[in-house]
Design a protein around this ligand. Sequence first.
Ligand SMILES: [Zn+2]
Length: 238
Amino acid sequence: MCAVCDSNFGLSRRAVLTGVTCVAAAAMAPALLGTVSPAAAQTPVSPAEASQRLADGNARYVGGASRNTDYSVGRAERALGQTPYASIVSCADSRVAPELIFDEGPGDLFVVRIAGNFVNEAGLASLEFGSAVLGSRLIMVLGHTACGAIEATIDVVQNGTELPGHLPSLATALRPGVERAIAEKPADLLAAATAENVRVNVAYLKTAKPIIADLVASGKLDIVGGVYDIATGKVTMV
Ligand SMILES: [Zn+2]
């Protein structure tokens, strides 16, 4: 249990980036993951508060009222450790920048990015570290409009198109959500496939034993999904 973070409940994240205790926890990560219940991880916010904070930050971003603009603030404290309050599974798309979308600064979000925003084994391991060791209390799988990876997978599934290089690995990972969307016969297949891909990965994380699923079962972690609209900047929950 991180007494430092716990005692600072309610304070801003930058103010709470104190910790000797948190640094020690991170340094002990391998041992912690192997010997201590992941439920031991503590952070100053609840999953619901983390979700609200993301929503509030996105509202500021959409309204052109972002307040995180000087990223040098808190640099010295960040050198001592990190306690991100939420994790984001985002596409690698250059137009999708989680810290900007949610009006946060360095140290606030634990971000895993890959084209098509899906969770593979290394991504799951990263998220396990983010929550069990660093104490993130929310994971958001974040799809986005006009996703090229989803578009390409639709083309593969519907037309048998062959992708070059290692791109077929992306289509294989994204196929479940795309096939589910095609079965729905939606008016906007790309939008439906984007949302279904998010749902598929949210469901996968909720049952990802032992670490993530156990944290969810204990109420210390929540998994949610959203889609970022590149045109408006708004994140809509799915
Ligand atoms: Zn994308």
